[in-house]
Every structure is written in C-alpha cells, then in structure tokens.
Design a protein around this ligand. Structure first.
Ligand SMILES: [Zn+2]
Length: 176
C-alpha cells in the first residue's frame, strides 16, 4: 500500500447508501476470494458500476440463475457504464474456476443480463500481451453482437483512458 502513488484514506463502508458531493454510492459484497465489494455510483441521471474483482458464475451459468442469485446484479442493473472483471479467456477459465475472476463469456453474459448500456472490460490477466487482449476483445465482441448488441457497447479498458459517463438515451437502452 505504501508504494501506491496516492494518499490513501481508509473508511468503513456503510451498509446503506451514502453521498460524496453530488454522487450517491452503494456497495455490496460480490463473489471473489476474500471479502470484496462492488460499487454503484449515481450522479444526476448517470450510473456507473465498478466490479473490478468478480466471478459471477461461481454459482453456475448466469443463464440459469434468477436475478436475485446473480452476484452484483443489483449494482450493475441498467448502469450507463459497467466496468467489469475480464481476466481469463474462455479457454483459460476452467483452469481458474474459483479464483474469483471472470472469463470473457461470463463478463459478456453478465453485462447483457444486467442491461448495462456500455461495458468496459478490465482486470486483464497480467501475463496477457496486448495481442492476446485484442483477441479476447474480438471474442467478447462476437459474443456481444451475437446477443443482439452494437459494437459500441463493449470495449477493453486501456490505461490512462478517460471517459465521460452520461445517461443513455432510452431508445439505445432498449437495445441493451
Ligand atoms: Zn482478485
């Protein structure tokens, strides 16, 4: 922690919603190794969901689970931007089941099920090269578009990238 280039300030996380400036925040425990929180941040009409360490298919395929049994569902539901774990390719995942992180297909299924308007995949496997991440994105986009979504709705996160989160127009959300 001492090596992180920032001033860290640890606080207890309330069970209920809380506010920071104009933003309303909510946190819930999500499936990962060790106690881990996911976050939902709402400001004005825009909603951001941040699930950096998350294995939503630990309990089985999302397709077979009711909404209330999907880890992180309430945090991510109809988010304008979902930032989600996507550590493993679908080929790698079976070897890492239970490690607390998502395969490409699980991340795509989660985003689809939660009706996130736009999803940014990250928490890439540290050993992956940029070329391997590009391949994972191609795979993710194929699955995403097969589910009936446009290519604009899904991308890989890149270090240093800045994004503006704004409310998604209802007509484009209907697609999601
Ligand atoms: Zn982790």
């Amino acid at each position: 922690m001492r090596e992180l280039p920032c001033d860290l300030d640890f606080r207890n996380c309330p069970v209920s919603e809380w506010e920071i400036g104009p933003a309303r925040l909510r946190a819930e425990a999500v499936t990962h190794r060790g106690p881990t929180l996911g976050f939902r941040i709402e400001e004005a009409d825009a909603t951001l969901c941040y699930l950096p360490d998350h294995e939503p298919e630990l309990l089985g395929s999302i397709e077979n689970l009711g909404d209330e049994w999907i880890s992180g569902y309430a945090l991510a539901h109809t988010a304008d931007l979902l930032i989600h774990d996507c550590q493993y390719t679908d080929v790698e995942y079976p070897e890492h089941f239970g490690w607390g992180h998502s395969a490409v297909s699980a991340a795509v299924r989660f985003a689809d099920r939660c009706k996130a308007a736009r999803t940014l995949l990250f928490h890439h496997e540290p050993a992956h090269t940029d070329a391997e991440i590009d391949l994972a994105l191609a795979d993710a986009l194929e699955q995403w578009t097969d589910a009936g979504h446009g290519v604009d709705g899904l991308q890989m996160a890149a270090e240093g990238e800045e994004l503006t989160v704004s409310r998604t127009a209802p007509e484009s959300r209907a697609l999601a």
